[in-house]
Design a protein around this ligand. Structure first.
Ligand code: FEO
Length: 334
């Protein structure tokens, strides 16, 4: 992907990874991902927002240089330090050693360990701080636990545009980075939900707080660091509404008590059915479904588990241990 203009003075300079099928060991990514980065040009200075995965460094540099020479970059803003966004920082700083790295207080601690560099020129950003690029000063909003303690947003008021890193992102990859040009909308929505479940599901109260911060900014363009850019005329309202719905505690008129199991010869399934019958004797209105984990998506099962009033899980044993799908589902418990 080449550099793409988002609006006057702001370019997308990130890279696509259409072939990725597993992210961070545990996430299925059927539609690849992108490592987004953005270049903001003021009248006097320039700032990069995020870097990319270290394997894409050369392509990343080519994209930046389509917009400006590297030595014109004054700041590198890291809204979040996980290596899919900070992985190229150490190599980038070899090329622009005088640039200042801007990050949150927590991020300033992490980055020393991630880069093994203690000599970087670092500026800690607090909520309300700005960096003066000349005519277009990005400001910072603390957004902790979206999804690490270091997370923050970077806002460009003049363009009603906010960089949110992972927040409202998606592991989804199409040639253009614009929500209004997505070809396979249902696939995007599937990827968007899977991303939420895996990354933000454990942080629901912080998601609600993050949405309130976004609304206070009145942003019309959201530039995440994975997946398409979201706009007021496109999917921005949809994505915010979904995050709100998924993060608001469910109120059930009847108890929801799913029974998850794996079964090698049908015995564990029989036990699960007997437990279900017992629950229904006591709570006749309860929603009490059986789920064989082999037949269902683990992300969906995790979301169901975390929105339930109670759950049961059963497993046969192999060498005196639970089988892997059961252990993986338990790893999803918020
Ligand atoms: Fe996309 Fe939390 O890194």
């Amino acid at each position: 992907m080449a550099a793409i203009e988002v609006c006057k003075g702001i370019h997308s300079v990130g890279v696509l990874n259409p072939n990725m099928r597993v992210f961070d060991v545990v996430m299925k990514t059927e539609y690849g991902t992108s490592y987004n980065s953005y270049l903001v040009e003021g009248d006097h200075k320039k700032a990069l927002i995020e870097t990319v995965h270290h394997r894409y460094f050369n392509q990343y540099i080519q994209n930046i240089e389509q917009v400006c020479p590297l030595n014109e970059i004054d700041y590198v803003v890291l809204n979040h330090n996980e290596p899919d966004h900070s992985g190229s920082l150490a190599m980038l700083m070899e090329k622009i050693p005088n640039a200042t790295v801007v990050l949150s207080q927590a991020g300033s601690v992490y980055i020393k360990n991630i880069t093994n560099r203690t000599d970087l020129k670092v500026q800690v950003a607090k909520s309300g701080d700005v960096i003066d690029l000349g005519g277009k000063p990005p400001s910072f909003v603390s957004a902790p636990f979206l999804h690490w303690p270091d997370s923050m947003f970077t806002y460009v008021k003049e363009d009603k545009l906010v960089f949110t890193c992972d927040f409202l992102g998606s592991h989804y990859c199409e040639p253009t980075m614009h929500d209004q040009e997505i070809t396979y909308l249902e696939k995007y929505k599937f990827a968007f939900k899977g991303y939420y479940d895996a990354i933000f599901g454990p942080f629901k109260p912080y998601v609600i707080a993050g949405l309130e911060k976004l609304d206070a900014l009145d942003a019309d363009i959201v530039c995440p660091s994975h997946g398409p850019i979201l706009t007021g005329g496109g999917l921005l309202d949809y994505t915010k509404e979904m995050y709100k719905a998924w993060s608001t505690p469910a109120e059930h008129s009847e108890k929801v008590i799913p029974l998850f199991f794996c079964t090698a010869y049908g015995n564990t399934e029989q036990v699960a059915a007997a437990i279900r019958d017992g629950i229904l004797e006591v709570l006749p209105g309860a929603k009490c479904e059986l789920y064989d984990l082999i037949d269902h998506d683990l992300g969906e099962m995790g979301a169901l588990l975390n929105s339930s009033d109670a759950f049961c899980i059963g497993t046969p044993t192999i060498n005196r241990d639970a089988v892997p799908p059961v252990m993986m589902l338990l790893a999803h418990v918020d």
